[in-house]
Write a protein that binds this ligand. Structure first.
Ligand code: AMP
Length: 288
């Protein structure tokens, strides 16, 4: 039985602990999360454990990345269960700060993700990525990790975190890891807990769309609009599903591709299932 992680609420305490680890020449791995942990999160922690001496996981539902009509208040908070899951994969420290510790009175600063942060998920969720980048930066400053582990599930987020680290010369190695899926292909997500059993059946349509596009690409199709139509048809036929976007982005530019599949691309999909609550689902796949 692995020993229980140390739970720390105070940013100053984590900062001091991290300095101590660094003085002992320990490599610190960091996995930022919003909790309600699942296998997707645990895969990041396991990899961090492999690559690092100390693994620190943060659990913080970041108010700055939620819009006024989004699910900040109802986002699942399951700290006790999360801590035991962290223990099961050998996490050393769980950092669970209070909102008022990360955003005290008078807090005013923000990181802006620029043009790419306004596209795709950023278009339907204004300020979303600026909120994420700001909290990731705060967490990096506190935890001072050598390596930080993010999931490809949130592919635009991963791109923007890498962009921030590069642009601002942050001393952290950002590592992206593959999407972990349920047996039927649904990408794991804390928000899947909102799905009714009926909606859960329909939620696989994103993955089915991905598989169909992949098959068509394997068969030689290169027209972006035809490939988009394939995904569109599957999502449109899904009861209760509202499409947000279906886009192919260039690997380096992250800009939309409109003509031919003439370079490695990522297909990004997003939409909503249901109403009250409207459950946001995203997925993506490498196409090459
Ligand atoms: P969240 O708690 O949703 O903010 O996610 C925390 C981290 O876990 C992010 O880097 C996510 O991309 C990653 N993550 C969430 N779901 C998955 C998944 N199904 N597979 C891999 N990584 C994931």
């Amino acid at each position: 039985m692995l020993s229980a992680p140390q739970i720390i609420y105070s940013p100053t305490e984590i900062k001091n602990l991290s300095s101590r680890f660094k003085n002992e020449n320990k490599i610190i791995g960091f996995v930022p999360t919003m909790g309600c942990l699942h296998e997707g999160h645990l895969s990041l922690m396991r990899e961090a454990k492999k690559q690092c001496d100390i693994v620190i996981v943060s659990i913080f539902v970041n108010p700055m990345q939620f819009g006024p009509n989004e699910d900040f208040a109802s986002y699942p908070r399951t700290l006790e269960r999360d801590v035991s899951l962290c223990q099961s994969v050998g996490v050393d420290v769980v950092f669970a700060p209070l909102k008022t510790e990360l955003y005290p009175q008078g807090f005013n600063s923000k990181i802006l993700g620029g043009p790419i942060a306004e596209l795709y998920c950023g278009k339907s969720r204004p300020g979303f990525f600026d909120g994420i980048l700001t909290v990731v930066n705060i967490l990096f400053q506190i935890v001072q990790p050598h390596k930080a582990f993010f999931g490809e599930k949130d592919f635009q987020q991963l791109f923007l975190v890498k962009q921030m680290v590069r642009d601002l010369w942050m001393s952290v190695d950002v590592i992206g890891l593959p999407i972990v899926r349920e047996a039927d292909g649904l990408a794991m997500s804390s928000r899947n807990t909102y799905l009714t059993s009926e909606q859960r059946k329909h939620a696989t349509s994103l993955y089915r769309a991905i598989l169909s596009v992949q098959k068509q690409v394997n068969g030689g199709e290169t027209s972006i609009s035809k490939l988009q139509q394939t995904a569109h048809a599957i999502l449109e036929a899904t009861p209760d599903f509202v499409i947000d976007y279906i886009v192919f982005v260039g690997f380096d530019s992250f800009l939309p591709m409109t003509q031919e599949l003439d370079q490695p691309a990522r297909l990004l999909l997003a939409g909503y299932l249901g109403n009250q609550p409207r459950i946001r689902l995203i997925d993506n796949i490498l196409i090459n």
